[in-house]
Design a protein around this ligand. Structure first.
Ligand code: GRF
Length: 209
């Protein structure tokens, strides 16, 4: 059974997709053992509680410095002894010690087709605003392992979504979430839970495809 901890900062629609996948069985062999947010007002915390999943807030604002926060966050995650950490809209920089300890056991969902529109400053609506400003015809989402960089780890799954005429950033964001994020994040977890994802030479290999 893959024990999963999910880190969130916002509305939690990706968390909800994972919860639903586990409950309906499309994500097999998996248990969400905890949800942690840096934002006490994150509705994602309520979503977890609605499904009986332990949820807590660990906010940088409650610590004298970032180092103390980093220690507390890693201690809280370690406390669940997770096999996998899922960053589902988590907007806090991951402590280097966590990236090291959970190498190839921590994944992130990013709302673009990496390497486009990613890296520092590209998050949430900003990603879709940049895509519309550039005039791309295809966008999408990426699930990748987390390494020391920002959105730079080995790519696991990607799914493309067409830009529609007249799209606003909000409409595009919603379509990418519905048609891509909420599909590939649960699928990636199910693949990992069933031992089908490995990393070789900095790229992933998915068995049984
Ligand atoms: C999503 O757009 C995700 O791609 C990005 O942050 C947003 C999180 O949304 N990383 P939610 O909290 O899962 O609704």
């Amino acid at each position: 059974m893959l024990k999963v901890v999910v880190l969130v900062s916002g509305g939690g629609t990706n968390l909800q997709a994972v919860i639903d996948g586990v409950e309906e069985g499309s994500i097999s062999n998996t248990e969400i053992v905890g949800v942690i947010s840096n934002n006490k007002n994150a509705y994602a915390l309520q979503r977890a509680k609605n499904h009986g999943i332990e949820a807590q807030c660990i906010s940088p604002k409650d610590f004298a410095d970032r180092g103390k926060f980093n220690e507390k966050l890693l201690e809280a995650v370690d406390g669940y002894a997770p096999d996998l950490i899922v960053l589902a809209g988590f907007l806090v920089v991951i402590p280097p010690a966590m990236t090291k300890r959970y190498r190839n056991r921590m994944i992130n969902i990013h709302p673009s087709l990496i390497p486009s529109f990613c890296g520092t400053g590209y998050y949430g609506l900003k990603v879709h605003e940049a895509a519309l400003a550039r005039g791309v015809k295809v966008v999408g989402a990426t699930v990748h392992f987390v390494d020391e960089g920002t959105d730079t780890g080995p790519i696991i799954l990607q799914k493309a979504v067409e830009v529609q005429p007249g799209d606003t950033p909000e409409a595009l964001q919603r379509r990418v979430m519905e048609q891509a994020e909420w599909k590939i994040l649960p699928r990636a977890i199910d693949l990992i839970a069933n031992g089908r994802v490995s990393v070789k030479g900095g790229r992933t290999v998915i068995s049984g495809e």
